[in-house]
Design a protein around this ligand. Structure first.
Ligand SMILES: [Zn+2]
Length: 427
């Protein structure tokens, strides 16, 4: 459980300084809390797998975690780096179900004058972003814990961790990058702090997550409910909904898991499942998303969970939030477009088709607009192609994830030809 941190009065002195809204991607750093010789420091020699070049088990765990953290860092903007405490320890394990990991914000803040909503708890990474500076540079921001017994033979659960970066986890394994991608979402604030036993608000105040929760039976948002009403709402499966403008704007892209008023359902089974209820999307969501309570398949994107963070104050999606990950997890492709007739702009929505190629749609999912392809013949550069079935203007960005090198290709309005570039997209 996070402890509460009440802003010190001394901080008020800084209030009148304008807080800077940064546009740069936020850095997410690992704070390794494991002891020498175990967890993230496990010295067991381990064969390379799926683009992960770590020589030991511990090194592969660190590399895979940082890879997933880098995916998130490019989806978010903040002037304040995020520090995530990470451990890899034996957690409960059973033959049919097992805990893969858990994560959360280490601290909550409220009532800093920079916060848009008063009397409301904000998870620390978000609080720092809104403030534009670190509210307490001596403290870390996120804790994330993973179950080490999936490696080795101590656990009767039949599936093992896969530490590759390429999203190609074979059957019988669990893709670790997917789990980090999922858990970091919780750490960034995707959770309510309402007491699940009583329905009481955490320390008597709203949290920013629950301000977006709406019950379609009671026709109330969570902050306006009594404790008893919130308790009933927690298990009102199918009627407990997320109601925020960013998520709502994507509801039309789903054929399942959408409730009254075109709002996305939260996971609210009866009886309540502690640790799973309320902080995930409903299992009926179609297409599926990573922020469902059970692992399914490798999934390195953020989807509407990123929009939920927008509703909480993380700002709109960046282009990288909509990136398509190609070439065995090594290249991210994102696209921004402008319609020269309506002057509308937006982010292309990626639809990956194979490991080498996919397409983006702009306004309508039934209308593919730009195809992209990344080929790797083993040389110092990737050969990349983009080709429009559209005369709209766009910029397509190829990012080499290992090095951070980024290449932007512009297509002017009215052009219907594609392009290739094998010279400049260096690895
Ligand atoms: Zn979760």
């Amino acid at each position: 459980m996070p402890s509460e941190v009440l802003p010190r009065l001394a901080a008020l002195i800084l209030l009148l300084a304008a807080s800077r809204v940064a546009a740069q991607p936020v850095a997410i750093e690992i704070v390794n809390l494991d002891a020498p010789g175990e967890g993230l420091n496990d010295p067991t020699p381990t064969p390379r797998v799926g683009g992960n070049t770590g020589a030991t088990l511990g090194e592969q765990r660190r590399i895979a975690f940082q890879y997933a953290a880098n995916l998130w860092s490019r989806r978010l903007t903040s002037a304040v780096p995020i520090r995530a405490e990470v451990t890899f320890d034996p957690l409960p394990c059973a033959p049919t179900t097992t805990i893969l990991g858990y994560a959360g914000a280490l601290y909550l803040y409220r009532d800093d004058p920079s916060f848009p909503r008063k009397e409301t708890w904000y998870p620390v990474a978000l609080a720092n972003r809104i403030k534009g500076k670190d509210l307490d540079p001596t403290r870390n921001d996120i804790e994330a814990h993973f179950n080490s017994v999936l490696d080795g033979n101590a656990c009767p659960f039949p599936r093992k961790w896969y530490y590759g970066l390429d999203g190609q986890a074979p059957p019988g394994t669990i893709d670790f990058v997917t789990i980090v991608n999922h858990e970091l979402t919780h750490g960034l604030g995707f959770n309510t702090y309402v007491e699940t036993s009583s329905g009481a608000k955490y320390a008597g105040k709203d949290d920013i997550y629950m301000t977006q929760m709406f019950d379609a039976t009671l026709l109330k948002r969570w902050p306006a409910m009594t404790d008893g009403e919130r308790l009933a709402s927690m298990t009102n499966a199918g009627n407990l909904l997320w109601d925020g403008p960013f998520v709502n704007s994507h509801a039309g892209e789903f054929s399942g898991g959408v409730g009254a008023g075109q709002r996305i359902m939260l996971y609210a089974p009866k009886p309540l499942e502690k640790g799973s209820s309320l902080a995930h999307w409903d299992l009926s969501l179609r297409p599926h998303e990573t922020l469902e309570p059970f692992y399914r398949v490798p999934d390195h994107v953020s989807g509407i969970s990123r929009d939920a963070l927008s509703d909480m104050g993380w700002g709109a999606r960046t282009a990288d939030s909509n990136a398509m990950i190609l070439s065995e997890g090594r290249v991210a492709v994102s696209l921004t477009w402008r319609n020269q007739y309506s002057n509308k702009t937006g982010l292309g929505t990626p639809v990956k088709q194979m490991d080498q190629y996919g397409y983006f749609w702009f306004d309508s999912e039934t209308n593919p607009e730009v195809f992209v392809k990344v080929l790797d013949f083993g040389g110092p550069s990737y050969l990349v192609f983009h080709s429009a079935l559209s005369d709209l203007e766009y910029d397509v960005t190829f990012t080499v994830l290992a090095t951070g090198r980024q290449y932007v290709f512009h297509r002017p309005a009215g052009s219907v030809c594609g392009a290739a570039d094998g010279e400049t997209v260096k690895k």
